[in-house]
Design a protein around this ligand. Structure first.
Ligand code: ADP
Length: 423
């Protein structure tokens, strides 16, 4: 302040400077606020755009799922259905989503498949994916075959929140497979009857032996009884022989009846070595008639194989008969048939080898073709049937020339199940 009550020049200058500073500060603040507002507006419109894009995407996804011809569903660990598209509702013969959503998937799965489906669900919630075939019972009570591909659906943190299942109706395929199986069963049965027809004379001869022995022993007994000669011990021995021979004949007939039986035995864990031995009972007359030596080299232990015993017997018999017939072309004394078995890595292998002439190169590609035969009375269906039997069991049938000598080696494989059988 000056002496006369007026502000000094310096005070005015200072006030002006302060004011100018304030104006600059406010302008800057204003500018910053403007800038922040613009940024905020930008962010809001970006977010809105992103939300719109997301909604568009979700809408598109929903439309795709809604028009998807397969059933698409979401389900909880307990089996509660969260979502299902119209194709799924149609499969279940539901008229509205409300009939299905919120209910349990287990209400639609046929009882015999529920445990397996529960296992699949648990595996999916543990992070795996899986495929399963099962039957459903629709809301109208109709059974249909389904194949489902189930995968885990995860949230942003990677936790599995539901099971995503894509399920298709495979009823038509299953029926077609059943028909093929039926035809093929008929064919295999016809082939067995045909084989028996071809082997009839040899088998009659084989049966004649125990019958002739029974007649002889019985006549001997009668003679001793009538003549009053012979001790109780002699008679007992002769009657024991009668029983043994009758049992032998009975065993042959039992094997034959089993072999030509039309009813398929179910697939069960079977003793592979017992199947091979049973086959050799049926093949024995032919083997003997053709003067063939048989060598069995069976694995010391052989876990059970999961199979239809009669069909595997049919395979072994076909391979043995082919080998026996092929060796007609070599000198007696050089006709050796060997059957070897072993197992490794869950697979049992059976090898049937012979010392016959083998096959010329150009025929080797045709051997599994239906109706390929080099025999005058051959049908050419034996090996194709054997191969289909083994493939239906998940096994294989292959062949090779013997190493360093004539003859063929056929090898087939089957899966193992666990229980053991000896030689
Ligand atoms: P088929 O016995 O009626 O001829 P297969 O399908 O069993 O029908 O056999 C087809 C053909 O494969 C036989 O005709 C024969 O030429 C050949 N073959 C099969 N096994 C042998 C073998 N062990 N040695 C030589 N040829 C064989």
């Amino acid at each position: 302040m000056s002496l006369f009550g007026y502000p000094s020049v310096w005070v005015v200058v200072a006030a002006l400077a302060g004011l100018t500073g304030l104006v600059v500060y406010v302008t800057r603040l204003n500018w910053r606020l403007e800038h922040s507002k613009r940024v905020l507006e930008n962010e809001i419109s970006e977010r809105r755009r992103a939300e719109e894009q997301l909604a568009d995407k979700e809408n598109r996804l929903r439309q795709i799922i809604a028009s998807e011809p397969e059933c698409v569903k979401l389900q909880t660990l307990d089996g509660v259905l969260l979502e299902m598209n119209p194709a799924g509702l149609a499969l279940l013969e539901a008229s509205r989503a409300g009939d299905i959503i919120g209910t349990s998937v287990y209400d639609m799965i046929a009882p015999e498949f529920r445990d397996a489906y529960r296992d699949l669900t648990h595996r999916v919630f543990a992070g795996e994916s899986g495929v399963m075939e099962f039957q459903i019972v629709s809301l109208k009570g109709r059974r249909r075959w389904m194949e489902t591909h189930a995968v885990p659906l995860r949230d942003a943190r990677g936790r599995v929140v539901s099971l995503l299942g894509i399920t298709r109706d495979i009823t038509a395929r299953k029926h077609a497979e059943d028909e093929v199986r039926l035809h093929y069963r008929e064919l295999a049965h016809a082939a067995r009857i045909n084989t028996m027809g071809e082997m009839a004379s040899g088998l009659a001869h084989e049966l004649n032996q125990p019958l002739a022995a029974i007649a002889n022993y019985s006549r001997g007994c009668l003679h001793r009884i009538r003549s009053g000669g012979g001790t109780v011990g002699d008679l007992t021995q002769a009657i024991e022989q009668v029983c043994t021979q009758a049992e032998r004949a009975g065993d042959i007939i039992k094997s034959l009846r089993r072999f030509v039986n039309k009813e398929d035995s179910p697939r069960l864990p079977q003793d592979l070595h017992a199947i091979i031995r049973e086959t050799l009972v049926i093949a024995a007359p032919e083997i003997n008639m053709h003067g063939v030596d048989v060598k069995l080299d069976l694995a010391e232990t052989m876990p059970r194989v999961y199979c239809n015993a009669i069909q595997i017997e049919q395979v072994v018999l076909n391979l043995v008969r082919n080998a026996v017939e092929a060796m007609d072309e070599v000198e007696p004394g050089q006709r050796n048939l060997a059957i070897r078995t072993w197992h490794a890595d869950g697979i049992a292998t059976v090898e049937v080898s012979d010392t016959g002439p083998g096959l010329p190169g150009e025929m080797r590609n045709q051997i599994f073709e239906p109706f390929f035969t080099t025999k005058a009375a051959g049908m050419g269906m034996g090996l194709p049937i054997c191969r289909s039997i083994l493939e239906a069991h998940g096994g294989t049938l292959t062949f090779a020339m013997q190493e360093g000598r004539p003859g063929l080696v056929f090898r087939f494989t089957l899966g193992l199940t666990g229980g053991r059988s000896g030689r």
